[in-house]
Design a protein around this ligand. Structure first.
Ligand code: LMR
Length: 390
């Protein structure tokens, strides 16, 4: 049987993790995979997470199954953080715990496939390299349109507007809620308002991927576009990840929320989400969601988490400022948000930056700004200049 398989290349982004570890040079900078790093270059377990783990160790008395929806208290406690306090939004939403944001995207894709297999997914490029494969694996047609011009670092709003205007009612629009991966280019609130108008006018369904809340400008600010879009439309999907803002990467903690027109449709969506989860992973892993729930149930741990997340956000924005200050051509990095910015460069140049300078970034030219120290700015700029990128 397996002789029929074709070998597939390793995911190039994830391959960077191993390549960086294997590099024996002491002077090397990891701007690769999207994990937060502190001033010592570590990706620490957050203090609130440690406290919650300690609490769980002492108090958790069973590991029995929770069901395909996972930890529903975790799902509920995240809701005000994502959607605000509006009771209307609460009544129009259902959620289910998923293995990470990727699990939420996959489950959402399968829900769309079940509800409306003819729906196309509109995806602005560049995007997270796993977006198109996830939707494609759920047998949905993906229609890509250019979203950003990397040379000018500007949003191609006209291209997006044309793509949305020519879509069919019921088609799905993938939107990065904040901290766009890979470009760091977020829409202005005015652009978000125009997007909301396009969604409503053409009866399109937003699928918001919110994987970096709190790492752009803060929890509230980063949620504002999602809340505004949900006010405007009557149906939506939201894939949420706690990987980055709780530093729980390998625990795989996320949730899929669906907003529907009425309680009848909400109930149908909920039962389908549970059934689809059951055939995919049966039940999501518990530990990460239990940590998040514990933090959100406890005022002291919550305050600790919020303070540490703010520190992380400030550090990333500080790194952005250092790099922008080191080269006028990189001034755009200061106004971009989240872990990433994406330089216009070829795969070959990215390979040269690794080989000659020990600077690891994705083949696409995406840099994880959390991976540097402010003192690295000079070396990064010098390497970019030496290879003709600036
Ligand atoms: C990234 O974009 O680097 C992260 O989201 C990790 C991943 O799974 O690709």
């Amino acid at each position: 049987m397996f002789e029929e398989l074709n070998s597939r290349p390793a995911d190039s982004l994830l391959a960077l993790i191993k390549a960086f570890q294997a590099d024996e040079r002491s002077r090397k900078i990891d701007l690769g995979v999207g994990v937060y790093r502190d001033a010592m270059g570590r990706t620490p377990v957050m203090r609130a997470v440690k406290a919650a783990e300690q609490f769980l160790l002492e108090t958790q008395d069973s590991k029995k199954y929770l069901g395909p929806e996972g930890d529903l208290q975790f799902v509920r406690l995240l809701q005000p953080i994502i959607f605000g306090q509006s009771p209307a939004s609460e009544q129009r939403l259902v959620g289910i715990q998923t293995p990470g944001g990727s699990g939420a995207l996959r489950l959402g894709a399968e829900l769309i496939q079940t509800a409306k297999p003819s729906a196309k997914v509109l995806l602005g490029t560049p995007s997270w390299p796993n977006h198109a494969p996830i939707f494609g694996s759920a047998r949905l047609a993906v229609r890509e349109y250019p979203f950003v011009d990397l040379t000018s670092q500007q949003v191609k709003f006209e291209s997006m507007s044309e793509a949305l205007s020519s879509a069919n009612p019921g088609d799905v629009v993938l939107l990065h809620g904040c901290c766009h991966n890979p470009t760091g280019i977020d829409f202005t609130m005015e652009e978000w308002r125009r997007i909301a108008e396009l969604l409503v006018a053409h009866r399109l369904v937003p699928f918001i991927d919110l994987a970096y809340q709190g790492l752009g400008d803060g929890l509230e600010q980063d949620a504002a576009p999602t809340r505004m879009i949900l006010e405007a439309v009557d149906e939506a999907l939201i894939a949420y990840s706690c990987d980055k803002n709780f530093g729980l990467y390998r625990e795989r903690v996320g949730a899929l929320y669906v907003m529907a027109r009425n309680s009848n449709e909400l109930g149908k969506a909920q039962s389908n989400m549970a059934a689809l989860a059951r055939v995919n992973w049966s039940m999501p892993p518990d530990h990460g969601a239990a940590i998040v729930r514990t933090i959100l149930e406890n005022a002291e741990m919550s305050a600790m988490w919020r303070a540490e997340l703010d520190e992380m956000c400030e550090r990333v924005n500080g790194n952005r400022a250092s790099l922008a200050d080191a080269a006028p051509d990189l001034a755009f990095i200061r106004r971009q948000r989240g872990l990433f910015s994406n330089l216009a460069m070829s795969k070959d140049i990215a390979a040269v930056l690794r080989a000659r300078h020990g600077i690891y970034m994705a083949d696409s030219g995406r840099m994880n700004l959390a991976g540097m120290q402010p003192a690295d700015a000079g070396a990064i700029v010098a390497a970019l200049r030496a290879e003709g990128c600036l």
